[in-house]
Unconditional design. Sequence first.
Length: 453
Amino acid sequence: MTQLDALVQPIFDAVLQRNPGEVEFHQAAREVFESLGRVISKHPQYAEASILERICEPERQIIFRVPWVDDDGRVQINRGFRVEFNSALGPYKGGLRFHPSVYLGTIKFLGFEQVFKNALTGMPIGGGKGGSDFDPKGRSDAEVMRFCQSFMTELYRHIGEYTDVPAGDIGVGGREIGYLFGQYKRITNRYESAVLTGKGIGWGGSLVRTEATGYGATIFADEMLKTRGDSFDGKRVLVSGSGNVALYAIQKVQQLGGKVVGCSDSTGVVYDETGVDLELLRQVKEIDRGRLSDYAHYRGAASDYRPGGNIWSIAESTRVDVALPCATQNELDGADAAALVAGGVLAVAEGANMPSTPDAVRVFTEAGVLFGPGKAANAGGVATSALEMQQNASRDSWSFEHTEQRLEEIMRGIHERCAETADEYDEPGNYVLGANIAGFTRVADAMLAFGVI
Ligand code: NDP
Ligand code: 2IT
């Protein structure tokens, strides 16, 4: 672990003490703190106003009961969360995650990351995150609908176009946003389009929002490659996951001339030497809501399916140029990073939130691998959510081409902001440092202007 600066160590110690057991939140906070020592010593006004202490304490945390009735008539109870972390730059903005592993520490780590990510986009959005320990796997549409209705029956009083604007994350896609929006509209008797993003195209959604996170992460990787005069053309790529982010990362890699040779889900890995068949994968995952094993079944001899496998170990036996972790937190550890380095990896861009462990980040950095941290590389999703809010506010809808062009400009802007900030601190190419400092200073300066609130 990198030593923390003496100025920030006591503040970090207090974060540990105030948030016991929330290990993912500790990890996310530490990663940001590692970058901030020099900023705090260079700009004493941040320490004088206790900005760091305040930024680690969410403005509001809501935890609620979500009762619902399953298809067998049994009452089920889940726990709902919304952590409204920071509204210095705009309404709280960030997704909802439905996954059985969700607890307060998950939502706080995601909310904390979101604050800096949203700041990096340069758009007027604060940071928040929510979700539930509800497991949508194996549940009927009717069960998912009843769960979403119950969840919104509590959440509606805390959100709003100018207050807090949730969206999707793991386990929350177009279907869930539809049920949530329907219930919000019904309870409030308001057609408040911009209260949620990721909506369907026919009822206030934005073109490109579905593709935005995966496209954006790939564009970020492409920008990093360009700094070394390189591109995706002919590159061999691994994309972990096979959900929303992974699918559209795969699509963009293919558009840019790369070949995706492997992807995964929580139960297995596919190694596809001839390249992943995206149309088949989308049919299986998006339409049939199936498993990766179903994809492998239809693909036959063309793919090698490894139940329970580790996608990064593919790099032990074949060359991998680019890795795009797009599944979940801490899915890529130090040994995986070493395998990727041995396999020749040039660039890693995080489509997921905090997928690389601190050990993995160290291995990549020491090996000189281009490394784009999630808060920069996966910001295209939330940025396009902000574009959706913009369209809703002006009662307009933009073409796919126009929206995609805006996304590309935003991703290039984020890359530039991170690179310039890293240069300014004499660490050229250190995107982790650049992202943390550029995101932090934008939020911190607004907080300074507002006084002690
Ligand atoms: P999805 O639910 O669409 O897909 C998640 C994928 O990751 C699935 O393939 C899933 O496999 C796999 N996965 C999830 N949890 C685990 C786990 N514990 N272990 C192994 N595999 C797992 O979610 P998204 O694609 O939307 O999100 C993926 C990542 O991207 C998350 O980290 C999310 O926070 C981040 N992100 C998402 C954005 C968005 O716009 N959606 C924006 C920015 C970041 P299985 O189906 O088997 O569970
Ligand atoms: O982690 C993320 O940035 C998201 N899940 C997207 C949030 C959003 O509001 O679009």
